[in-house]
Design a protein around this ligand. Structure first.
Ligand code: FES
Ligand SMILES: [Fe+2]
Length: 416
């Protein structure tokens, strides 16, 4: 394989179209990003009881997230240690063991090999200890969000998250009990587009006024104004590829508790009362600021009231998994979170369908031979470096996209 000249394809204000279309780029990304850095896998609330399991992934790799009989959450790879058959074929369930359908080897939900049929064909069982299911080498959690890394060593999850770690705090504190639960189930949207089209779009504040004008006009929610030229919301590069549309300046200007959710405290009296009881004086600012709009590189988008998980399968084949945020101890809030999620990103939803159309049109366009480049120059002249070193700009500026590519380039160049 000829080496890819990343420095020629990724420039400060533009990137080459082949980065979205070249299968060799995709293969390199798997090795240097997806099988090296920390990737979001699942949430502990998806396996609440001992012996629960749920199918998850790290990029195209299927991962079984289990809670073993001792209560420990584990990330097992779905590949029989005998001759590679897949040991788990269902999306979720409860099982103490996984039995391979091919020759009947049986594994505990902690991954260890329990036994195999016709023992006499093997010289004793001494090899059994080495023949368990493989586990993702490293696993760490933050607020119950489980991340995995195929790198045996490297930075910790907190080092990887850097400034993005705070987004998990901000999300969790919207629960009166300080905990997020992902119990609403997942929808999958498959798009014929490169995964980076999705990654960039999640914090692109330039497109909503155009792509989402229909939902904004129907919902009359004021969301559209957040992304107008007059908005004081910010786009931000949090570093390490993590990016944000920081809508708090707009919400603070408006000063309406729960305004970020398009509602008022009167319409969610139980939730508001619990939050005020728990947080006292601080409740006002928590309820005004709302939920983060943060893209955690490379695959977890905290989209205020939803979570999106990006799963790449091929250079032009990506699945986006979507669920509603659910907050522990907030049943009235959770009902609305679910309804709004169905309305915006459900099968007949008005928001993600529009984005998905854009992803696929982007991909088709990127295959056209000229002009070869995608321009990332918007707001370059007014990009600021904040005191903490983070770059920010107007919410419609391409600060986040430039941040993503800066980090991407460093990973790809250092990954040889
Ligand atoms: S491949 Fe699983 S038991 Fe043979
Ligand atoms: Fe969008």
């Amino acid at each position: 394989m000829t080496a890819i000249a990343w420095d020629e394809l990724i420039l400060p204000d533009r990137v080459h179209g082949s980065l979205y279309t070249d299968p060799a780029v995709f293969e390199a990304e798997m090795e240097r990003i997806w099988y090296r850095t920390w990737v979001y896998v699942g949430h502990v609330s998806e396996v609440p009881r001992a012996n629960d399991f749920v199918m998850k992934s790290i990029g195209p790799q299927p991962v079984i997230m289990t809670r073993d009989r001792e209560g420990t959450v584990r990330l097992l790879l779905n590949r029989c240690s005998h001759r590679a058959n897949q040991v788990c074929a269902v999306e979720r369930g409860s099982a103490r063991t996984f039995r391979c359908p091919y020759h009947g080897w049986t594994f505990s939900n902690d991954g260890s090999l329990l036994g195999y049929p016709f023992n006499s064909g093997y010289q004793g069982l001494e090899a059994r200890g080495e023949l368990g299911l493989a586990q993702v080498p490293r696993m760490e959690t933050i607020h119950g969000f489980v991340f995995g890394s195929f790198a045996e060593e490297g930075e910790t999850l907190l080092e990887h998250l850097g400034a993005a770690a705070e987004a998990f705090d901000r999300l969790a504190r919207l629960s009166p009990e300080g905990e997020v639960e992902l119990t609403a189930g997942w929808l999958k949207h498959r798009v014929r587009a490169n995964w980076k089209m999705l990654l960039e779009n999640e914090t692109d504040g330039y497109h909503p006024q155009f792509v989402h004008s229909s939902i904004f006009s129907v919902a009359q929610s004021g969301i559209g104004d957040l992304y107008s030229d007059a908005s004081i919301a910010l786009s931000r590069d949090l570093g390490k590829g993590h990016t944000e549309a920081d809508l708090r300046p707009e919400f603070r200007r408006r000063g309406v508790p729960l305004g970020w959710f398009g509602t008022t405290e009167e319409r969610l009296p139980d939730y508001s009362a619990r939050m005020r009881a728990v947080h006292g004086e601080a409740a006002d600012s928590i309820l005004v600021d709302g939920s983060p709009h943060v893209m955690v590189f490379p695959n977890l988008f905290i989209a205020e009231i939803q979570l999106f998980v990006i799963q790449p399968f091929a250079v032009d084949d990506t699945v986006q998994h979507v669920t509603a945020v659910q907050l522990k101890g907030a049943p009235d809030m959770n009902r609305r979170l679910l309804q709004q999620t169905i309305g915006s990103v459900g099968p007949a939803g008005l928001l993600l369908a529009d984005d998905s159309d854009m992803y696929e049109r982007n991909q088709r366009g990127a295959r056209v031979r000229r002009p070869e480049w995608l321009v990332l120059r918007r707001g370059l002249h007014r990009e600021r470096v904040e005191e903490n070193g983070q770059r920010s700009g107007h919410v419609t500026d391409e600060v986040p996209i430039r941040g993503i590519w800066r980090h991407y380039r460093s990973l790809m160049e250092n990954g040889a």
